[in-house]
Design a protein around this ligand. Sequence first.
Ligand code: NDP
Length: 254
Amino acid sequence: MGNLHGKVALVTGSSRGIGRGIAERLAGDGALVAVHCGSNEAAAEETVAAIAASGGRAFVVSAELGVPDDVDTLVGRLETGLGAHGESMVDILVHNAGLNLMGRPIEVLTPDEFDRMVAVNVKAPLFLTQRLLPRLRDGGRIINISSVSTRVASAHGIAYPLTKGALDVFSHTLAKHLGPCGITVNSVSVGYTHTDMTAGVLADPENLKRNIGLTALGRIGRIADIADAVAFLASDDARWITGTKVDVSGGVNL
Ligand code: NDP
């Protein structure tokens, strides 16, 4: 702990779930954290309050992704928040916000649903990164929250894994491009984890049992399991790891 003092992080979708866990962990390690939400500002304020209560520093950046001018809105508000804390640069960018429209197999998926998932899960991280490149400090970190569904066929449809696969390609392509600046880019491949996104699916005892059975370690993931892996990738200990995908799933389908 404490190895991120002086660093600035933006974690998208950190009002709730895995993103909140990542924001709290990075702030616990000393980073100033921009806690991003789409619409749930009360939850984002709660995350910031929890960080402050633990002695950390954070501020809210609210901007819905996947809508016109999303990146402009986010970056404008981020700049305001950074300025209020005497900062202008970002060291750690975690693309965590994601949309999974469950139960949309190919037979029923609509073009609009596909476009929405692409807009939130792929287009937003790409163009947010583009806009923040001038603010990304050399030696920085970009961490993309991907999914184990890129290697295990998903029961919930085809669009979501496609978007996460695109994010993985984004990671290794960008890793090569930003390597000369000492910026690492990696994906974290998440397995089933208890959050709002999976609450419905995991509330069904049969689904719960089946998904536990898929893991080598015999349980569903906890938010801290993911946050700890992200904190490692954000730290100096991971300086020689780039362009890869870290599987943080408890060993799904080994
Ligand atoms: P949750 O649904 O619990 O939380 C989603 C977060 O993303 C919230 O902070 C939400 O903000 C934000 N968000 C969602 N859509 C948008 C949008 N259009 N614009 C801006 N912000 C948005 O998700 P999880 O914590 O479960 O998932 C986090 C990441 O992990 C996602 O990328 C997901 O795909 C990935 N993942 C999760 C798995 C799991 O089992 N939970 C498994 C594999 C991958 P707000 O509060 O304002 O709505």
